[in-house]
Design a protein around this ligand. Structure first.
Ligand SMILES: [Mn+2]
Length: 455
């Protein structure tokens, strides 16, 4: 009886069902990983396989029809346990081998499969949804399967959760609540904006950092048809009454470092100033708080009739709403679509000035990524899911969520590891392995799964 304890972590697989939006293609590699000796405990050993959140991408497991909608108000945001279970059934149909491999692992003696809830698979908090996943894995009545919001193990001196609660764009006010009307800001953004863009250009990558990059991506590829659609969809998202809280695609930290006025904090690199209405705009920043995006959108407005039509649609609707408000004060305003927005140049849109002072380059020198700060604060503030961590008990802290695999020593001597993602085209399949043999100190390492081996 060796008594070894091991926990193997992977995160952000983002298994989906939509042929265009599903980013997970590593079913075969995943199956091979689960057959490694490290995942086959000897007698008296214990191995946990921890899926550290966003295992499923339920936000992107949507119909083709939903992706093709031209009006965001035609997109259904509602979900219940039944509809989420149905979504998972479609994910399973596309990734049968993955489910079978996990089911086999869960039945292996000494093995335990742990699903940690993320934001893209937040519905896993619901017991009926959990029961459905349990059935899909063939693990009914098995002690080898556990659903949890965080993972901690004193033998391994390790604390882990998905990490989304520390990211303001993906924070749930109440993580335990299963309610489409109170999902985190990212949910509405992905459903109403992001899915429709990625559907048209699958190279756009859905990750927390990818959000602010959408506009920079559009600037690089110069696809004005897609840009016009993005402006229109972003505006629809920004004005959709069903959205309780909106995302800030520009991280507050990045904006603070860029030297932009504090009043613009919370405004987006996206055409936030355009959609926020006349009061938020200035002759300097008509479209965006980001000078590069501002200059790009000004140029696009000059050269592309499609972009002019999309921008004019917003301006003309805002004008109409102002007028309506003036005449019928106190009457609920109605955002009626404007008749045929014109592609003619409107005089209030500022003309391009020529090369802007580039902020993007300056932003690159910002030091360690944001999630390092989240890990540090678990030792000083109260983390969302438990009491403050004590470094004597927890030498290792793990998050996923950002998609940026990382191994970082924090000033108090603890080690922060980010489990990265398996969903990106160029993902090098990060795996964190933590273990402790009786009498030895615990270790945790960020490895890569490569050529059938962990190294
Ligand atoms: Mn996430």
């Amino acid at each position: 009886m060796s008594g070894l304890k091991r926990a193997v972590f992977v995160s952000d697989l983002h298994l989906g069902s939509n042929p265009t939006l599903d980013d997970f293609t590593r079913d075969r590699e995943f199956e091979v990983l689960l057959e490694l000796p490290a995942l086959k405990p000897g007698a008296g050993d214990q191995v946990d396989l921890v899926l550290l959140g966003d295992s499923f991408d339920l936000w992107q497991s949507v119909s083709e029809n939903e992706c093709r909608q031209e009006k965001s108000n035609r997109i259904d945001l509602e979900y219940l346990a039944d509809s989420e279970a149905q979504r998972l059934a479609l994910v399973r149909a596309k990734h049968l081998r993955w489910f079978e491999a996990l089911g086999r692992f869960g039945k292996r003696p000494g093995c335990r499969l742990v699903f940690i809830t993320g934001n893209h698979d937040h519905s896993l908090i619901n017991p009926a949804v959990q029961a459905q996943v349990t059935q899909y894995l063939g693990l009914d009545g098995s002690a080898g399967l556990l659903f949890a919001n965080f993972y901690e193990d004193l033998t391994l001196s390790l604390y882990a959760d998905h990490g989304n609660q520390y990211d303001h764009n993906n924070t749930y006010d109440d993580f335990a609540r299963f309610d489409w009307k109170n999902d985190c800001p990212g949910y509405y953004f992905v459903k109403l904006f992001f899915n429709r863009i990625e559907y048209r250009d699958p190279r756009v990558d859905n990750s927390p950092s990818g959000w602010s990059a959408v506009w920079h991506w559009l600037r690089r590829i110069m696809n004005f048809k897609l840009l016009a659609a993005a402006i229109r969809y972003y505006w629809q998202y920004s004005t959709d009454d069903r959205v309780p809280q909106r995302i800030k695609p520009f991280a507050a930290r990045g904006l603070a470092e860029s030297g932009v006025e504090p009043s613009l904090l919370g405004q987006a690199a996206a055409p936030g100033l355009l959609v926020a209405g006349p009061a938020a705009r200035s002759s300097e920043s008509f479209f965006s708080a980001d000078p590069e995006i501002e200059e790009f959108l000004r140029k696009a407005y000059e050269v592309s009739p499609e972009v002019r039509r999309a921008v004019n649609e917003i301006l003309e609707t805002q004008e109409q709403n102002e007028a309506t408000r003036g005449i019928q004060r106190g009457v609920k305003r109605e955002a009626r679509p404007v008749r045929k927005p014109s592609a003619r140049r409107r005089p209030e849109v500022p003309k391009p000035k020529g090369a802007p002072r580039g902020l993007a380059a300056e932003r690159g020198i910002a030091g360690p990524p944001e999630d390092v700060g989240w890990a540090e604060s678990l030792f000083s503030d109260k983390p969302y899911f438990r009491d403050r961590l004590d470094v004597r008990d927890f030498r290792y802290v793990l998050f996923g969520h950002t998609h940026g695999a990382l191994d970082h020593r924090i000033p108090n001597g603890a080690t922060y590891l980010n489990t990265g993602t398996w969903a990106a085209v160029d993902a090098d399949l990060p795996v964190v392995v933590a273990e402790c043999a009786p009498g030895d100190p615990p270790t945790a390492k960020l490895l890569r799964f490569e050529g059938g081996k962990l190294r």
